[in-house]
Design a protein around this ligand. Structure first.
Ligand code: FES
Length: 117
């Protein structure tokens, strides 16, 4: 079968379903967003950045780093150490039974019970 092209058939056709997408190249000027390397938490309206430290609780790591997270019992009973994890939740082990009993919101953690991986 023979194809015939005319001048009109070579004109660009508007394709509404296609749109341009800008993609950052590896050498591009804009760096790709990296996952956070810290755990960002909020407690009583204040935000804190805690450096991950495997094998210790979020509360102990914060206190070791001079971060004044409010707490009392350190046993998971009083609930005073509750924080909202804003970023870096993947540094924390899944919620313990006590945490699940105290907090039903996924981002809420008891800092004294939340162990770092
Ligand atoms: S300090 Fe009491 S629950 Fe964490």
């Amino acid at each position: 079968m023979e194809s015939t092209f005319t001048v009109g058939s070579l004109k660009p056709v508007a394709r509404p379903f296609m749109r341009s997408v800008s993609v950052a190249s590896p050498k591009g000027d804009t760096p790709l967003a990296a996952p956070p390397s810290v755990i960002q938490v909020e407690q009583k309206g204040e935000r804190f950045m805690v450096q991950p430290s495997a094998g210790v609780s979020l509360l102990d790591a914060a206190l070791q780093q001079g971060i004044p997270l409010d707490h009392k019992c350190k046993k998971g009973t009083c609930g005073r150490c509750a924080v909202t994890v804003l970023a870096g939740a993947y540094f924390l082990a899944p919620k313990t039974r006590r945490e699940r009993e105290k907090t039903n919101q996924p981002a809420k953690r008891l800092a004294c019970q939340a162990q770092m991986k």
